[in-house]
Design a protein around this ligand. Structure first.
Ligand SMILES: [Mn+2]
Length: 253
């Protein structure tokens, strides 16, 4: 049995698998395969929740039917998890959005917003984290445009076949461009930690962010800030959050 993918034994509190910024490709790859193995594994079906915090794919946007075909195995696996009682939440990132309807069709909650959860008595804050850096005005404008009604209506107006002809090569290009260019500003580390501390003062016990690709697993005064980093360079791993201890164990598989 592969280590890290076995079923969880009964714990004192609920546990959640946390993933963000995997930046999976449009086609089969070892990285895509690792994600599929994880969501098809006993560890995923024995966890109470699976939290996907955005940018799971390098490009996965729009309400198109062809995604149902190209991502059939992934969607089936998430559907199976939801059916077996793992609560699956997908917070949209800046590489995967306008997918809530597609996700709802397989029993997965897709959200274009920050999420507050009561998880085993812990007040948990979940976000992609792309609005943490309020100095990045160009990005925030782009974000507002791509999430707005005009962009959404334009995407809806594009026929499925045309979207596939355009989006799949664009996704491959994005993945190619981002290879070897995964260096993020280290000064963001302090900015993100301070953002988490602000959430602690608002009463949150645990704060989960992604986006900045800077791995973090901070415990301060019983509070937790966790960021998985990204899979672009690092090993294939997930965060296992235990509400009983309010800590995350990073598990490489
Ligand atoms: Mn992002």
């Amino acid at each position: 049995m592969t280590s890290g993918l076995e079923a969880l034994s009964a714990g004192a509190g609920p546990r959640a698998i946390v993933l963000s910024d995997l930046h999976l490709l449009q086609r089969e790859s070892p990285r895509n395969d690792a994600f599929l193995r994880l969501i098809e594994s006993p560890v995923a079906s024995s966890a109470q929740a699976l939290w996907l915090l955005g940018d799971i794919y390098d490009l996965f946007i729009g309400p198109y039917k062809f995604w149902g075909r190209t991502h059939a195995r992934m969607l089936k696996a998430l559907e199976r998890l939801a059916e077996r009682g793992t609560s699956v939440l997908w917070i949209e990132g800046n590489h995967d959005f306008h997918i809530a309807k597609l996700l709802a069709s397989v029993g997965v909650e897709g959200v274009d917003a920050d999420v507050t959860r009561d998880f085993g008595g812990r007040k948990v804050f979940l976000s992609h984290g792309d609005r943490v850096n309020s100095n990045d005005e160009a990005y925030l404008r782009w974000r507002a445009f791509t999430r707005g009604g005009l962009f959404r209506a334009t995407m809806r107006a594009v026929p499925d076949a045309l979207a596939e002809r355009f989006l799949v090569p664009l996704g491959e290009k994005l993945s190619h461009d981002s290879r070897g260019r995964d260096r993020y500003d280290p000064s963001l580390r302090a900015l993100y930690a301070d953002y988490a501390r602000k959430k602690f003062t608002e009463g949150y016990d645990a704060v989960f962010l992604g986006h900045c690709h800077l791995e973090e697993n901070l415990n301060e005064g019983g509070k937790l800030y966790f960021n998985l980093g990204s899979w672009v360079q690092g090993p294939y791993r997930y965060g296992l959050y235990d509400a009983a201890t309010n800590r995350v164990e990073v598990i490489t598989f």
